[in-house]
Design a protein around this ligand. Structure first.
Ligand code: COA
Ligand code: AMP
Length: 625
């Protein structure tokens, strides 16, 4: 048996033994006597262990002599800054900011919302929360006020940490007015906001509520880590589901630290002292796990890149950062590579840089299309690994384990289940399907450490959304198949979640915003294929009887409404007024058929639309140009 098969079999046959061994990779104040407690529906990892994630990410490395090694390199082509922080310096920043939070009354279990661009203070704020046992909830900076307000109301934070602005290529996006609008909209009242003032835009602060980050830190005393129980929550990260309301995925402390620390050598073949770069955003799960926690838990140098793959300043940005900082492993989304390929199809920028330290490219966030896989493999001459994961799991469910036992990759496949994940393919009735047949992808519970420990605010929702459909299994929401060699092919979501440029969005959330327009009677939002972004949303709307306004005007208002309420990341560009939406007799909108038509597949639309002219108009609107 190879190293992979052996590890995978041990991990599912005796998870306690497997993860008990992996737990040696982190430092404990009190070692756990039990590894896994509970049954397949309610379980906890390392229930009686005592540890602190921030201690494991910073203090222990300084104590072990890594104090002078770079922990974080902030590289911002948009702010024209490159700044390196050693482990000792980062520890100092974090323990002081933890002191600021303490002075503001934040204690263990309190929530802190972090709404930040990609600046070091975002990482500092996350680790400072971890240090004192506060639960952070980072909200992606591309979300607008309404989305932020929803998350504030759900997480009910005592404090919000934010910045005066973000920078999108050459456009300054002021965050403070968005934050103020969100706080206005939210029912929950936060006590304080701590604002990083960036030189590109200085925010006005509300006396009594808002504090200037730099001033607050200057007057703060450093604080030490608190000992936390393994299952205590580290963070909440909201993600899109089928409904309009985001779900707060909760991650524990110990399981998370153990799983991420294990993943670095075994999946990413990346080790203490090496440079790891996840070109993502701290607002997404990839940013949480692989910009912040996994590299720091491992004693690596992590790169925090505030820029884009193209346009900051050119399509050589990936190669410039890799060469300048000696990056060994790059992790990003396929859409970033498609953007580079579009601008520099022959990869001419590569020749300008020394990529000799570069060993691995990992891609996730959406399916890696075979063409991009081939292009990147040919261009870079390093292994290109597609790996599949979700906010809920926090680390990869399927991957090529480059450290444990690399396998020959197959284009279009995320390779094999990672140890800990017992992945099965079932049909709608929960019966296993044959190899080669597409079905629903489920994972036998308990999920391994590092995966969600619940949905914030409700034990029942974890059951309801993920565990109740097929008892004993976690429903991933993705569809796909195993091939005859046991390689997993993840083909896409089977629900109303769409993936736009690696950003996960809910069509339900967009529909809610569109439906709120006074002229709209009903609407459907579908994800359609897009060459660059993988998918983009399209909205079809039926107007209320008697609305006489010009359709073009209403369509433009709807685009603006979504941009304003959800954020520009929604990338909704096309809205069409139609006479009717196709529905089943029971009233269910036939989104799947419309999606197929929009992707150029000529499917029948068996629906309540009896009028052939109305139906043909709908087909014409959806047909790709
Ligand atoms: N704050 C404010 N606005 C933001 C934002 C942020 N943090 N992130 C994105 N936006 C805005 C963009 O400026 C853009 O606005 P526009 O419509 O006015 O141009 C809009 O949201 C859409 O952004 P995006 O989807 O990023 O598209 P793009 O055309 O600007 O760039 C790519 C295309 C492919 C270069 C870009 O999407 C990309 O780098 N994707 C990789 C994403 C990724 O790494 N995801 C992590 C998963 S691992
Ligand atoms: P997120 O929670 O934002 O990480 O998005 C998770 C979703 O992205 C998954 O449910 C998949 O639909 C999709 N996804 C992520 N990685 C992959 C991949 N490697 N292959 C196919 N789909 C992926």
């Amino acid at each position: 048996m190879g190293a992979y098969q052996d590890a995978w079999a041990r991990s599912v046959e005796d998870p306690s033994a497997f993860w008990g061994e992996a737990a040696e990779l982190i430092d404990w104040y009190q070692k756990p006597t039990r590894v896994l407690e509970g049954d397949a529906t309610r379980y906890r990892w390392f229930p009686d262990g005592q540890m602190n994630t921030c201690y494991n990410a910073l203090d222990r490395h300084v104590a072990a002599g890594r104090g002078e090694q770079a922990a974080l390199i902030y590289d911002s082509p948009v702010a024209d800054v490159v700044q390196s922080y050693t482990y000792a310096e980062l520890l100092d920043h974090v323990s002081r900011f933890a002191g600021v939070l303490r002075e503001l009354g934040v204690t263990q279990g309190d929530r802190v919302v972090i709404y930040m661009p990609m600046i070091p203070e975002a990482v500092v704020a996350m680790l400072a929360c971890a240090r004192i046992g506060a639960v952070h909830s980072v909200v992606f900076g591309g979300f607008a006020a309404h989305e932020l307000a929803q998350r504030i109301d759900d997480a009910t934070p005592r404090v919000v940490v934010s910045a005066s602005c973000g920078i999108e290529v050459n456009r300054v996006i002021e965050y403070k007015p968005l934050l103020d609008a969100a706080l206005e909209e939210a029912s929950h009242q936060v006590e304080h906001c701590v604002i990083v003032q960036r030189p590109q835009a200085v925010a006005s602060l509300r006396a009594g509520r808002d504090l200037d980050y730099a001033q607050a830190v200057a007057g703060a005393s450093p604080v030490e880590c608190v000992a936390l129980a393994g299952p205590d929550p580290l963070y909440i990260l909201y993600t899109s589901g089928s409904t309009g309301r985001p779900k707060g995925v909760v991650r524990d402390n110990a399981g998370h630290a153990v799983a991420l620390r294990w993943s670095m050598p075994n999946i990413y073949d990346t080790h203490p002292g090496q440079v790891f770069w996840a070109a993502s955003d701290v607002g997404w799960v990839v940013g949480h796990s692989y910009i912040v926690y996994a590299p720091l838990l491992t004693g690596c140098t992590t790169v925090l890149y505030e820029g884009k793959p193209v346009g900051t300043p050119d399509a050589g940005a990936y190669w410039r950062v890799i060469a300048q900082h000696g990056v060994r492993t790059l992790f990003t989304a396929p859409t970033g590579f498609r953007a580079v390929k579009r601008e520099d199809p022959n990869g001419e920028h590569v020749a300008r840089y020394d990529l000799s330290a570069f060993r691995y490219l990992f891609l996730a966030g959406e399916r890696l299309d075979p063409e991009t896989f081939q292009w990147a493999s040919d261009l870079l001459g390093v292994p290109v690994t597609d790996h599949w994961w979700q906010t809920e799991t926090g680390w990869p469910i399927a991957s090529n384990l480059m450290g444990l036992e690399p396998m020959a990759p197959k284009a279009g496949s995320a390779t094999m289940p990672v140890p800990g994940f017992d992945v099965r393919i079932v049909d709608e009735s929960g019966q296993p399907v044959a190899r080669g047949t597409d079905g629903l992808i489920v994972v036998r519970t308990p999920l391994p450490p590092g995966c969600m420990s619940g949905v914030w605010g409700s034990d029942d929702k974890f059951q309801q959304f993920y565990l109740s459909q097929y008892p004993g299994y976690y429903l991933t929401g993705d569809g796909g198949h195993f091939d005859e060699d046991g390689y997993l092919f993840v083909m896409g979501r089977v629900d109303d979640v769409i993936n736009v440029a690696g950003h996960r969005l809910s069509t339900g959330a967009i529909e809610e915003i569109v439906a709120g327009h006074p002229d709209v009677a009903e609407c459907a939002v579908i994800g359609v294929a897009d060459e660059l972004k993988g998918q983009i949303p399209r909205a079809l709307v039926v107007l209320k009887a008697g609305v006489q306004r010009e359709h073009g005007l209403i369509e433009a208002e709807l685009v603006e409404r979504v941009r304003h309420q959800l954020g520009a990341v929604a990338s909704l560009r096309q809205v069409n007024v139609v006479d009717a939406l196709p529905k089943t007799r029971s009233g269910k909108i036939l989104r799947k058929n419309m999606r197929a038509l929009a992707d150029g597949v000529d499917v029948p639309v068996p629906s309540t639309i009896d009028n052939p002219v109305v139906l043909e108009n709908l087909r014409a609107v959806l047909r790709p140009e």
